[in-house]
Design a protein around this ligand. Sequence first.
Ligand code: ZN
Length: 227
Amino acid sequence: MTSASQRQRRIANLRGRIAGPQDAYERCRAFPCKNRTTADRGEGLNRLYCRKHIEFYRRHGSYVKASYGAGELRPYRLRALGWLKAHGHELVVRSAVESVQRLYRSAGAPIAANRLTGLSPGDRANAAWAQLRKANVEPLEVVAAWLAVDLRIRDDLQPDRHEEYRQVQAAKLIHRMAGGMHKRWELERPDGKMALTEFHKHPVSRGRVLRVLGCQLQAACGELCIA
Ligand SMILES: [Zn+2]
């Protein structure tokens, strides 16, 4: 039987949760973040995470785990490439390489990094494949990138095992391999001397384009696994 005092306590607790800052939905879920969720701040619809962690997730594919660095992935890439070369005759390897070649062929023309703004994630993913093709990145290297991330995750003592993290990490890696736009030209300064001007722009490595690229990569290479 519920006593009157218990009921009163429960009502007071409920009132507190609605009105007070301790409500679970008001604080970001990424432990130990103390920020308020965007919904609570009246700035968005996300009831679980704060602005900082939403941005982190868009960049890394995880709310808490940061991306693997290029140097960190390099030994795994080399190991994957060695394995692929030794197993190049196997049907599953040939099929992955052919899938990447198909993505290269169907990607259309490359788009300069400074013209990507406003395009759909699918168009941006195509632009990335076209850029890889233009940069003469071997399809085998792309397959190796997928396997490198798989090897790294399996070696990680605190991994994020969600599919999305794996996809985003592999997509970031091939995004980097595609390179960006690099221009150099000489410009005459007001004093008459010539100065070298450089312009570098890389496609922004965050958001839904990474999810699209990662899904395409997984569809192409997901059957492969280094034992
Ligand atoms: Zn947060």
